[in-house]
Write a protein that binds this ligand. Structure first.
Ligand code: FCB
Length: 477
């Protein structure tokens, strides 16, 4: 027979369709300055709160610091080559404030800016869209000594720094994120103190959250004036929060935690107001006297995009008299005014961070932002998982991490199919790195890093992700 028969129609219809993403979907990977750069004392860089914190005994696992990290400062060309091999369309990185403005005030440090110029030029030469985050937690130490984020002036300092970065790099960067995860900066940095600068004071945490958002609003205004064509956004880390039961007490616990974790940021940023119930919950912590007329309008300065970081879900329960709350978070609490709420686990599979794997939570989170808050384009600016990896014959077969990405990308696709304007996805992380208080003990990378030799090995998840990017979607399941 010369001509092969047309395949039977029934067979074709039986094949599950591959999940294709919209044309131009921005496939990326993310990192942050302190987590990868190293070169902590080079090129005129001065210490940030993370240098001080990580060098303070007992603050990070095994005393790990970001002094060397992935040595990316010296290896940017090789690292961009790895990104190009993955076929990344975009790379989300952060600028280290004390590298480009040592001490947090005064003129720019040309040598620091040059590093980012070289990085951006290298990205552009490889067809990779740079996505610049201005603040991924590395406040110059001097500004902490002047009061840190609980002090109002830090917001003005952040706007100055933004201006300086916009002037220097604005001609080559289209996408800008002001803050990464202000909840972590405020409530882990100043509430529980498990992150830098390690203060434990509920009121300071709430004030820090406000001044971070004020700094964001001022920064957006500065950027908008300097670069009218840029795409400006902020990145918040969001969690669905569910009550452990439908008892009114558990439902109220969920309302409170949702207020602190999500609405504390979403409502001011996207609606220009603090939720009334949150203000009431926090009455014993602060009277909100730190909020001045006009602040909320500044905070709600219009954006072009919203970034969402998604890792897991919170399930919470009311306090049980006489029973200690389950210490999912190390004491003192990251939840001012709601310290007694219990965080419960459901027995789901967990990552190496102990975070329950809950891909449907990503659909819920994206839908909520879109349906309750904004029509703006959304981007998943971080999503990923830590697992223990083994290097065997020079290979890392990270099937668990690959499965996590796969499940969450299917969730992202589902969100798009129900109408969420999701325009891109950034895997956390491009490579293993300094995971804050956990030091180098948690590996989130698609690329394995041997911290002694600095040898990089793309894991199975990296090769799989390259294929996802190449076909702009996932194979049928
Ligand atoms: C996020 C941070 C990022 C990384 C991941 C695991 O909260 O933005 O730097 O640590 O968690």
């Amino acid at each position: 027979m010369s001509n092969p028969a047309t395949p039977p129609v029934v067979g074709v219809l039986d094949e599950p369709a591959p999940l294709t993403f919209p044309p131009g979907f921005l496939w990326g990977a993310a990192t942050a300055a302190y987590q990868i750069e190293g070169a902590a004392a080079e090129g005129g860089r001065t210490p940030s709160i993370w240098d001080t914190f990580s060098h303070t005994e007992g603050k990070t696992v095994a005393g790990h610091t970001g002094d060397v990290a992935c040595d990316h400062y010296h290896r940017l060309t090789d690292d961009v080559r790895l990104m190009a091999e993955l076929g990344l369309k975009s790379y989300r990185f952060s600028v280290s404030w004390p590298r480009v403005q040592p001490g947090g005030s005064g003129p720019a440090n040309a040598e620091g800016l040059d590093f980012y110029r070289r990085l951006i030029d290298e990205l552009l030469a490889n067809g990779i869209e740079p996505w610049l985050t201005l603040y991924h937690w590395d406040l110059p130490q001097e500004l902490e000594e002047a009061g840190g984020w609980p002090a109002r002036d830090t917001a003005a300092r952040f706007a100055d720094y933004t201006q300086l970065v916009a002037d220097a790099l604005g001609d080559r960067v289209k996408y800008w994120t002001t803050l990464n995860e202000p909840w972590c900066s405020a409530f882990l940095g100043y509430g529980s103190g498990v992150h830098a600068p390690g203060r434990s004071d509920g009121a300071a945490a709430v004030h820090a959250g406000h001044h971070l958002m004020l700094g964001h609003g001022l920064a957006v205004q500065a950027l908008r004036a300097a670069r009218p064509d840029a795409q400006l956004g902020v990145t918040v880390n969001l969690y669905p929060v569910n009550p452990a039961s439908d008892s009114p007490a558990d439902v109220d616990a969920a309302r409170r935690i949702d207020g602190l974790a999500n609405r504390f940021f979403l409502d001011p940023l996207l609606r220009g107001e603090y939720p009334a119930d949150l203000v009431a919950d926090l009455a014993k912590v602060t009277d909100f006297g730190h909020v001045r007329d006009g602040d909320l309008a500044t905070i709600a300065t219009p954006l072009d995009v919203v970034g969402v970081n998604y890792y897991s879900r919170h399930v919470v329960a009311a306090p049980v008299p006489g029973e200690e709350p389950e210490q999912y978070w190390r004491a003192p609490s990251s939840w001012p005014g709601s310290e007694d709420v219990r965080f419960v686990t459901r027995g789901f599979p967990v990552t190496d961070m102990g975070w329950e794997i809950d891909a449907p939570g990503l659909v819920e989170t994206l839908r909520r932002v879109h349906e309750e808050y904004t029509d703006l384009p959304l981007y998943v600016t971080e999503n990923g998982s830590a697992f223990v990896d083994a290097v065997v014959d020079g290979q890392v077969d990270d099937a668990d991490r690959l499965a996590y990405f796969d499940a969450h990308l299917r969730a992202a696709h589902e969100a798009i199919s129900v109408g969420v304007p999701l325009r891109g996805y950034f895997a956390w992380s491009l490579m293993d790195n300094f995971e804050w208080a956990w030091g180098y003990t948690k590996r989130f990378g698609m690329i394995h890093v041997d911290y002694d030799s600095q040898i990089r090995i793309p894991k199975s998840s990296a090769r799989w992700y390259a294929e996802v990017i190449r076909r702009n979607g996932l194979a049928a399941q």
